[in-house]
Write a protein that binds this ligand. Structure first.
Ligand SMILES: [Zn+2]
Length: 90
């Protein structure tokens, strides 16, 4: 193995570790019937988004993984934070 390919492999590994760490901090899946934390980053053209591996729920698309994660965390989740869910009384 040449030193250069070794460096490239290292960088790729660092990138994956960073993304895993980002996902570990992410909030759980907003799907009330799921709620799992089995998440992954999805990529298409020049957008990134967070998706739930278990139920396939896709979060809002961002320009990079940090933005995608921020948008994912803003999604309303049932349960813990009920103040963000509007209650209407007829
Ligand atoms: Zn899910």
């Amino acid at each position: 193995m040449t030193p250069l390919s070794e460096v490239i492999l290292r960088l790729a590994e660092l990138g994956r570790t960073r993304l895993r760490r980002l996902l570990a901090q992410a909030k759980h899946c907003p799907n009330p019937e799921c709620g799992h934390s089995n998440l992954e980053f999805k990529y298409s053209e020049d957008v990134v988004w967070v998706a739930c591996i278990d139920c396939g729920f896709s979060g809002p698309k961002g320009a990079n993984s940090d933005e995608a994660l921020k948008l994912w965390d803003t999604l309303v989740r049932e349960g813990k934070d009920t103040t963000t869910i509007p209650h209407t009384v007829d």
